[in-house]
Design a binder for this molecule. Structure first.
Ligand code: IMP
Length: 178
């Protein structure tokens, strides 16, 4: 399928599953080298990271723990704007090597918020592994963003965990809006 429609919006193929899996395999190899002899904890950010997390973790051979968190955004009435809340962040991250697994880093605001929460627990180290990254959309640099699958233009993408208004997460390829 080269073109699909979701909610009456047209998308075209952007990254095929085979391309994603090849890149994921390489990221896994890199993580195995970088974390040799360590026991990191991978924390996937739901919902978008569920497929990437599953495929990535199958490539990871070092001993590791696995967890998930969910970040909800609320439009606040206060002038501060958006209020966020995290659900399920493990409470025992002190002294651990943490790897946050994201589907996509866009403005980076979600990630900044998660990093603050994780850093407050004084982990030994913290790195971020994101399948996709839109450098042009990033609002401020994130030094923890060490592992990136694909740098992509500032366009809306869907599939392989990413949704368009609730739909498309189950697509095995990634599509971009046209
Ligand atoms: P950020 O806080 O702006 O970096 O956005 C992060 C979240 O926005 C991601 O985890 C996604 O859920 C969502 N997001 C950003 N860009 C896209 C996109 O192109 N397609 C689908 N979801 C996106």
């Amino acid at each position: 399928m080269n073109k699909i429609n979701i909610h009456q919006k047209e998308f075209e193929i952007f990254l095929e599953n085979e391309t994603i899996c090849k890149r994921t395999r390489l990221m896994g190899i890199q993580l195995n080298v970088d974390y040799e002899g360590q026991c990191p904890i991978f924390i996937g950010v739901l919902n978008g990271s569920f497929l990437f997390m599953a495929d990535l973790l199958k490539e990871v051979e070092v001993d590791c723990e696995v967890g998930f968190i969910r970040v909800a955004s609320y439009q606040g009435t206060a002038s501060s704007g958006e209020i966020k809340e995290t659900f399920g962040l493990p409470e025992n991250l002190g002294g651990k090597d943490v790897i946050i697994v994201e589907d996509i880093v866009d403005t980076g605001l979600t990630l900044q918020y998660i990093l603050e929460k994780v850093n407050a627990q004084n982990p030994a180290s913290i790195n971020v592994c994101s399948l996709l990254f839109k450098p042009a959309a990033l609002l401020s640099p994130i030094k923890e963003l060490t592992y990136v699958g694909f740098e992509i233009p500032n366009e809306f993408v869907v599939g392989y965990g990413l949704d368009y208004d609730g739909l498309g997460r189950n697509l095995k390829d990634i599509y971009r809006a046209i």
